[in-house]
Design a protein around this ligand. Structure first.
Ligand code: ADP
Length: 274
């Protein structure tokens, strides 16, 4: 009888745990959903007024302003560009976390994409002492299939970081195709001779809001989200992103994305709009 009693107690207990677990799961799901809705509303509602601030700032730039007005305008432009960048990053992050970011499979020429992306990613404020070199191997002058827009997004982030954290020296982008067992792999290396990343920080740079320290954040700006987004997108593309760095000597990021040759497939062709 005692045995039956104990077993019944256990069954009741486990039933209760199951119910509590179920309730906690539902609660967590509803929290995630409200967080996603909140992020979407905030980011969409911030984006339209911001776009109008940026648009009018651009118009003002063309008018006849005196020296100090131009200085104020430049500051206004920097701040609004930064805000738009932050809002876009937050939107991307919330989409990625909700599993709502989609990747496309399109055929494109990686050599053209990489060269044009690097050219556009170099920030206008890059010091003249920093040289940007691009070396894309000829075997990338072909058509491959993966998501060109996401590759462009990651590469833009890596190149703009490399330029931002390199006060003098060079930023070198190399790209080539590696033949792996199942797929060819698109490899893009972004190497700079900048400030470098400490051993402790290396572990964290791919996490959200990870900036080396607040002095770096103040000095170089940035949201601390770019690499976290790049890492999550790389995972979606079933690739890998890795980092080697030495403080005071520079950093090298390597992006590896499996692709397919377009000839054997029927993915729609695209010439990415840059
Ligand atoms: P952001 O650049 O917007 O701050 P990221 O996620 O792109 O955000 O980078 C996170 C942090 O990693 C940067 O704030 C910086 O401390 C470090 N970092 C990234 N790229 C480099 C680089 N090429 N050289 C030195 N530090 C870097």
């Amino acid at each position: 009888l005692t045995f039956v009693f104990l077993v019944t107690q256990d069954v009741i207990k486990s039933q209760r745990y199951r119910l509590e677990l179920e309730r906690a799961k539902n609660y967590a799901e509803s929290l995630l959903k409200s967080r996603e809705q909140f992020m979407n509303t905030v980011t969409h509602d911030l984006r339209s007024p911001l776009n109008s601030v940026i648009g009018y700032t651009g118009l003002l730039e063309k008018s006849n302003l005196n020296k100090s007005q131009n200085r104020y305008l430049a500051q206004l432009k920097r701040s609004s560009d930064y805000l738009l960048h932050l809002v876009n990053d937050l939107l991307d992050l919330s989409r990625l976390e909700a599993g709502k970011m989609t990747v496309e499979e399109l055929a494109f020429n990686p050599k053209n994409l990489i060269e044009e992306t690097v050219e556009n990613a170099v920030p206008p404020e890059k010091p003249r002492e920093v040289e940007v070199l691009v070396n894309v191997s000829d075997d990338l002058d072909t058509r491959v299939i993966t998501d060109p827009f996401r590759i462009k997004q990651i590469l833009t982030n890596l190149v703009s970081n490399a330029c931002k954290f390199t006060p003098r020296g060079s930023v070198e982008v190399k790209a080539w195709l590696r033949q792996a067992k199942h797929n060819p792999v698109l490899c893009i290396e972004v190497k700079d001779t900048g400030i470098g990343i400490s051993e402790a920080q290396k572990e964290k740079v791919f996490e959200e809001f990870s900036q080396e320290d607040s002095s770096i954040e103040k000095r170089y700006g940035g949201t601390g989200l770019g690499l976290a987004i790049s890492k999550k997108i790389t995972d979606l593309l079933q690739g890998r992103i890795s980092l080697e760095s030495e403080v005071g000597h520079g950093s090298t990021f390597l992006l590896e994305i499996p692709v397919a040759y377009a000839e054997n497939n029927h993915a729609p062709a695209v010439e990415p709009r840059l």
